[in-house]
Design a protein. Structure first.
Lengths: 322, 591
């Protein structure tokens, strides 16, 4: 097998070389220089580039038709709606830019392909034009920056202490997630890697009185719909990233550091199953920062449900003290 | 400065040469060999991504015990991804691109006989060579090559317990990169000194071709940012080997608590991206310089907005130093800092837009000759636009939350940085091949190479945006563990098929390259009718570049199709080399 492949490659290279040699000799006999692009060839290439514009845009449209439907469903969190709005606005600006500049670029390639009858125009600068294409992008960017910063600041502002909320700590380690609810006292007990021991796999401080009513869960965690969730992230070993795509939420989990994110879930899992027309739909938390060999399979399900269902489920979970 | 005279035996002519032209070729060939390996690696892991878990004989052949029964293991998949990134970014697009064209063109286009220091230049290449060799050796050590991604974030990269590639493979990676940085610094300092001091008579700064401006900014950015990566790597070496805790703290792994305490991986990320982001422009600016030159020559028109082009490169270079935080919006960095980095990042769109519009205006009413170099330059403008616009999505911290580290990012940076830079490099090779090897490359094969490459390039990277819209993370060995990604397999297969085709398309280029270097038709001195000084040098290579005196310069390099009051070409032809004195009443610099 290998021998056949090697022989085939050698034959291919020899054939290629001979063909090139023949082409050169042919050009020479006609008194042409093989590396010079003739006017006709140039025109053809210009035409191909212009045709390329339609092929490219056709490809773009085909992908939109075929794959745009695979995108994430509507935002399942409140702040996610403003992110999606900003996202749409951005595409609304960049898509025409992308199409128009390509149209101009490839049209010029066709229109101005080499002709011996024409002279190129010596046009080296124009302050007016340059001013225009400095100002116009600047204005568009100002809009995007202002809305972007506003959205960012609203998203990243932590949930105020006095607001009724769920406090949830998510701890990552190769290659699992553990979630910890703050319990009735609404305070998370202290934790540190040096306290890891036996079943206390995330190192929660037994001495801390806030720890006893904390509730640890694995595999899946539940959230009540319409209530803000304040997440605190920890990592025990390497950097992970807690990515909850349906909620437009992501934050890295960094060893030695507590990071945070918050959102208000607004669509229950049940409702989302209907919206997506998929009985098996589940919200998911997945790792989105390279963290080791099984990085591709580090996940936890998220279930958003009514306050009653949530209370019922939470009551069934054991406290850390137990 | 007079030419060096030493006995030109084989060893000194081809191996330890101090001639910038030979060093340029050494960088080119080494860069392409490394790039070819990077290409093979990407093709292999595309097989896994397109058809996860299927057995391939070719994977078995290349990876041996790393791939039982022709299926690569998850950690070796990550090793391939890591090495692909490292090789492509640093070895092909930094050393291969800058090393080749800065070395070839700086002395030739400014009218110098060689670099300021030929010896340092030679050292620069040999450090690069050594670095390449060590990087390749790291593929074969126990535990395999580095596997923490090309960004090597600790603690993953610091702890062999975390992934096997963080053992000897990572040590060699760091050593190779430290040597690489030395090579890059020696090269960059040389370029800067040469450009400032060795310009020929009449070659004022504003008469320099845009290529030289691009190489100058690239070198300055490199000198300012690579040392930071060196310190970043050194601290990591300390943490790994000598028990310090610059980046490590509070870690429990493999059933025990490590003694490291007080450090932070965020510090590493800051140091890394302080180089990492300027690195994007170290890769991109030379390509932009090359295409500026080629587009002007091939449209037979002056580049539009010469000063604006310089200004925009300067602005991009400056801004590149204050945007690194956009790689770190979600690391737990203070959200206010995130706002600042969003602002500076989006500003880069302005000089970038200026560049694109200036390219378009240069084409307008030109008389375009479509050589393969022109085609790749047009390709660069296209990829620069396509990849550039999605930068507005990623640079915006609020939008980054949901596309960060997804395939959207992979699509974005491969198009805007990877493709643009490699297209610029291909364009440069096709255009300056006659200067490099004294022979011409074959146009027809060049055309085929261009069309296949651009079709495959968009076929591979455009669909990745749609994977990103669906939330598919990058660096996943397979998406099959998540039911929500089940219907993505079509896209992945589609991408992989184009990736394989792209691989074969590059073989056409390599064949053309090798064949033409030895047997292509002999090049005339100025095949493209260019204005710049390199075309006034004789075709044959010798140390010193010009017989007799070095050329003097009287005008800027873009006097193409300049006409007098009667509408006739000033010089009788559609170009006026820089060595031609200005006529009466003729103004310089495009006025």
């Amino acid at each position: 097998m290998t021998i056949i492949v090697v022989v085939a490659i050698i034959l291919l290279v020899i054939t290629g070389s001979q063909l090139l040699k023949i082409a050169e000799l042919r050009a020479k006999s006609k008194g042409e220089l093989i590396y010079e692009v003739t006017e006709k060839e140039g025109k053809n290439l210009g035409l191909m580039l212009f045709a390329g514009f339609f092929v490219f845009m056709g490809f773009f449209a085909w992908q939109m038709w075929k794959w745009y439907g695979l995108r994430l469903p509507v935002s399942a969190s409140v702040h996610g709606e403003s992110i999606d709005f900003l996202s749409d606005l951005t595409y609304f600006i960049i898509t025409p830019v992308f199409i128009l500049t390509h149209a101009i670029l490839l049209w010029f390639c066709y229109k101005y392909a080499y002709s011996s009858k024409r002279k190129a125009v010596f046009f080296s600068h124009s302050n007016k034009l340059e001013l225009i294409w400095t100002t116009v992008p600047s204005i568009a960017l100002t809009v995007l920056i202002l809305i972007g910063l506003n959205t960012w600041n609203n998203t990243m502002a932590p949930v105020p202490e006095e607001t009724e909320h769920v406090l949830l700590e998510v701890t990552s380690q190769q290659f699992t997630w553990t979630a910890r609810y703050a319990g009735e006292d609404k305070k998370l007990g202290r934790s540190h890697v040096t306290l890891i021991e036996g079943v206390n796999a995330t190192g929660i401080d037994k001495e801390d009185e806030n720890s006893n009513d904390d509730k640890l869960v694995k595999g899946e965690f539940h959230l009540p719909v319409g209530v803000p969730v304040q997440f605190v992230f920890r990592s025990l070993d390497v950097i992970h990233s807690a990515y909850m795509p349906h909620f437009r939420a992501q934050m890295n989990c960094v060893p030695g550091l507590k990071t945070q994110f918050n959102f208000v879930p607004k669509i229950t899992t049940k409702e989302m199953k209907k919206i997506t027309d998929n009985e098996d739909f589940e919200y998911i938390l997945l790792c989105n920062k390279i963290c080791g060999a099984a990085h591709y399979n580090m996940q936890m399900n998220i279930i958003v449900e009514s306050q009653e269902d949530y209370d019922k489920w939470l009551a069934e979970q054991k406290t850390f003290g137990e | 400065m007079s030419a060096h005279h030493h006995k030109e035996d084989f060893l000194f002519k081809y191996v330890f040469s101090t001639d910038h032209k030979m060093i340029s070729k050494q960088f080119l060939v080494t860069g392409f060999l490394m790039g070819f390996l990077g290409l093979v690696m990407s093709t292999l892991f595309r097989l896994q991504l397109g058809w996860p878990g299927e057995s391939f004989e070719v994977i078995d052949m290349f990876m041996g015990s790393w791939a039982e029964d022709g299926v690569m293991s998850p950690d070796k998949y990550l090793a391939l991804v890591t090495m692909h990134g490292t090789i492509m970014v640093f070895f092909l697009l930094t050393a291969g691109l800058s090393g080749t064209f800065s070395n070839l063109l700086i002395p030739l286009q400014i009218g110098a006989r060689d670099m300021a220091s030929g010896f340092l230049n030679m050292l620069s290449y040999w450090f690069f060579f050594l670095s390449s060799v060590i990087m390749l050796i790291s593929l074969f050590v126990e535990g395999g090559a580095a596997s923490a991604g090309w960004t090597i974030y600790p603690p993953l990269s610091a702890l062999p317990q975390a992934i096997p590639g963080s053992g000897a493979g990572m040590t060699l990676w760091l050593v190779a990169m430290a040597i690489f940085i030395v090579s890059s610094l020696l090269g960059s300092l040389n370029y800067i000194v040469t450009i400032f001091n060795l310009r020929t008579v009449g070659m004022t700064m504003t008469r320099m071709p845009l290529t030289i401006w691009a190489f100058l900014f690239t070198a300055i950015i490199g000198v300012l940012s690579f040392p930071v990566l060196l310190s970043c790597a050194l601290l990591l070496i300390f943490d790994r080997s000598f028990g310090t805790s610059f980046y490590l703290s509070d870690i429990y792994i493999g059933g025990q608590v490590l003694e490291h305490s007080g450090g932070s991986p965020i510090l590493f990320e800051h140091l890394f991206w302080f180089l990492g982001h300027p690195e994007v422009y170290i890769v991109l600016l030379p390509a932009l310089g090359i295409t500026s030159e080629i587009i002007s020559t091939m449209t037979r028109k002056p580049i539009f907005g010469y000063r604006a082009m310089i200004g925009s490169m300067m602005a991009i270079g400056f801004l590149s130093f204050i945007v690194w935080g956009h790689h770190m919006f979600l690391t737990g960095m203070n959200p206010f800092l995130g706002s600042v980095f969003t602002f500076t990042t989006l500003l880069i769109a302005i000089p970038s837009a200026v560049k694109v519009f200036n390219y378009l205006t240069t084409l307008w009413k030109g008389n375009i000759r479509f050589t393969p170099a022109t085609l790749f330059s047009i390709g660069l403008v296209s990829t620069f636009i396509t990849g550039g616009v999605t930068g507005l999505v990623l640079g915006d911290s609020a939008l980054d939350i949901n596309v960060h580290d997804t395939y959207f990012v992979v699509g974005h940076f491969h198009i805007v940085m990877g493709l643009s830079a490699i297209f610029g490099m291909f364009a440069g090779v096709y255009h300056w091949f006659p200067k490099l090897f004294g022979r011409m490359m074959n146009n027809k094969l060049g055309n085929v190479h261009f069309w296949l490459t651009i079709i495959c390039a968009y076929g591979v990277f455009f669909p990745m945006h749609f994977l990103g819209f669906a939330g598919v993370p990058r660096r996943y060995y397979t998406n099959s563990e998540f039911p929500m990604f089940d219907n993505m397999i079509d896209i992945n297969e589609f991408i992989s098929m184009f990736a394989i085709l792209a691989f074969f398309a590059q073989l056409i280029f390599f064949f053309n390259f090798v064949y033409s270097a030895f047997r292509g038709p002999r090049a005339p001195q100025n095949p493209w009718k260019g204005n710049t000084l390199e075309w006034t040098a004789p075709v044959e290579h010798f140390h010193g570049n010009w017989y007799g005196e070095i050329p003097h310069v009287y005008r800027w390099p873009y006097d193409y199709s300049k006409v007098d009051a009667n509408g006739d070409y000033v010089s009788g032809e559609d170009y006026i080399p820089q060595t031609v004195p200005l006529g009466d009443n003729e103004k310089d610099g495009g006025h």
